[in-house]
Design a protein around this ligand. Structure first.
Ligand code: NAD
Length: 466
């Protein structure tokens, strides 16, 4: 099929490459000139494991091309994906300005040659499907006015299109595998023809009949993926509810972790004990410095804002956010307990990105922790295997001292705080690190280190919730 994907960020680029790999002709439209030039020259402008080689492979095969010419790409396509950003506004609502621009531009570019499906892949609040349909229609009308098409008597037919919702569930760090082997594919639409085209597009994934790429092997035993068809509003709500639930699960584990510290229990054992109950499940029960990233915070806020429009209370969501805000600073409390005075101390942050295997710093707990430590008069060093440079550029106002390695980070530190559980940190040489530190203290903000090994190196170890 001929596909246009508007927005070549984490979601748009991965979606484009996967659909191209499955044999579709994909034009990825990107408006940021730096990003576009980088992609055209074969370089992926952000870190995602395997994506560089994958994009190169699909581009070389001729199935994936990049462009900034949206009208041309739209005219060629049967399916047009909107995959632009929907960040939070200061009041918590979604900023839908990128979606608005794109939807109108799509409308202005539509012609009568075929019926198009406009797919909302960006995470957008409930009701956005109808809103995008209105914007696309406005784009059509604006173009007609600009071309001075004489007004016809009666209702003009105009180009034929329908809007469907197809929320994205991929996770940064495992985006390619998540796209090829999702838990489900959700399509929101009451248009049977459109849902059937979408089902056809995703057929190789639904039936797992494609050759698995060497860098994203098929999970053992996976031979089908559920295809869920819903109405538009339900599909939009599925995405927000899924993220809100996951965020809530982490906040729950964190709330229990605080109680564990009070009563002398170990949250890792508690999480194992409850996670083995199949109704609860083990995932997302890890206590630590809490969730972050480009999705959880903004999606939970957007969900609360939607509820507010209907004067509907969201006590659980409010608590989820409040626990997370508190949890980010739990490592600072532990530093105070151990070091007493933080002014004049040097603290090394192990990791900056919001989770391992990504360079994404959006709403990263490390930034909150760094800001707070600096405010309290500490000197803050940081080392992240991939996001040092991005942090330097995007957060130049933070007076951080960047290290080139774990050892460089440990030098003259009064404490190290694990914020992002990169493998490199899990396998660090703690004996060597202990010798380099001014004061041998490690706060494990993710409960991810080998406590015995750290302690055996003569380092004081403090985890979360134990
Ligand atoms: N990142 C994730 O893990 C993830 C997962 C699931 C869903 N989502 C959702 O998917 C959407 C995209 O997220 P992302 O992380 O890929 O965002 P992103 O910011 O990484 O990428 C968006 C891209 O769209 C481009 N863009 C903006 N306006 C454009 C226009 N008019 N024409 C062409 N390109 C344009 C931007 O330059 C950018 O490259 C968001 O709604 C997000 O909530 C993200």
């Amino acid at each position: 099929m001929d596909i246009c994907v508007v927005g070549a960020g984490y979601v748009g680029l991965v979606t484009s490459a996967c659909l191209a790999y499955l044999g579709n002709h994909v034009i990825a439209v990107e408006s940021n000139p730096e990003r576009l030039n980088s992609l055209k020259s074969g370089a992926v402008p952000f870190f995602e494991p395997g994506l560089q080689e994958f994009v190169q492979q699909t581009s070389e095969s001729g199935f994936l091309t990049f462009s900034d010419n949206l009208p041309e790409a739209v005219k060629k396509a049967q399916i047009i994906f909107i995959a632009v950003g929907t960040p939070s506004l200061p009041n918590g609502e979604s900023d839908l300005s990128q979606v608005m621009v794109v939807a109108r531009a799509i409308g202005a570019a539509l012609d009568d040659s075929k019926r198009r499906i406009v797919v909302n892949k960006s995470t957008v609040p409930v009701g956005s499907g109808n809103w995008v349909e209105m914007l696309v229609s406005q784009g059509v009308q604006n173009a007609q006015k600009a071309q001075l098409v004489p007004a016809r008597s009666g209702r003009s037919e105009g180009p034929s299109f329908t809007v469907v919702s197809n929320p994205e569930f991929l996770r940064e760090g495992s985006a390619i595998a998540d796209s090829f082997y999702p838990d489900r594919i959700v399509v929101g639409s009451i248009d049977e023809q459109a849902t059937s085209v979408m089902q056809n597009l995703y057929k190789p994934i639904l039936s797992q009949t494609f050759d698995a790429p060497s860098f994203a092997m098929r999970p053992h035993g996976l031979n089908s993926v559920p295809f869920i068809v819903t109405d538009l509003a339900s599909a939009e709500l599925i995405k927000y509810s899924a993220n809100a639930f996951l965020a809530m699960k982490i906040s729950f584990a964190n709330e229990i972790s605080g109680l564990c510290e009070k009563v002398g229990a170990d949250v890792k054992q508690v999480a194992q004990g409850i996670g083995l109950d199949y109704r609860i499940g083990k995932a997302f029960l890890n206590a630590g410095v809490g969730w972050g990233g480009s999705c959880f915070g903004k999606d939970v806020s957007a969900l609360m804002q939607v509820a507010k429009e209907y004067s509907y209370p969201t006590s659980l969501l409010e608590a989820t956010v409040a626990v997370n805000e508190r949890q980010r600073l739990v490592v600072i409390k532990k530093l105070q307990e151990e070091l007493k005075i933080l002014k004049g101390r040097t603290v090394g942050l192990m990791g900056l990105s919001f989770k391992p295997n990504t360079d994404d710093l959006r709403d990263a707990p490390a930034l909150t922790i760094a800001y707070q430590l600096l405010k309290m008069g500490a000197s803050v060093k940081a080392f992240d295997p991939v996001s040092n440079d991005i942090c330097k550029t995007l957060h130049s106002h933070l007076d951080l001292i960047y290290a080139d390695s774990v050892e460089d980070l440990a030098c003259d530190c009064d404490a190290l705080v694990l914020v992002t559980e990169w493998d490199e940190f899990k396998h660090a040489d703690w004996k060597k690190i202990a010798k380099l530190m001014r004061w041998p203290l490690v706060i494990d903000g993710r409960n991810a280190l080998d406590e015995e090994q750290v302690r055996a190196s003569g380092i004081t170890y403090r985890g979360v919730g134990c």
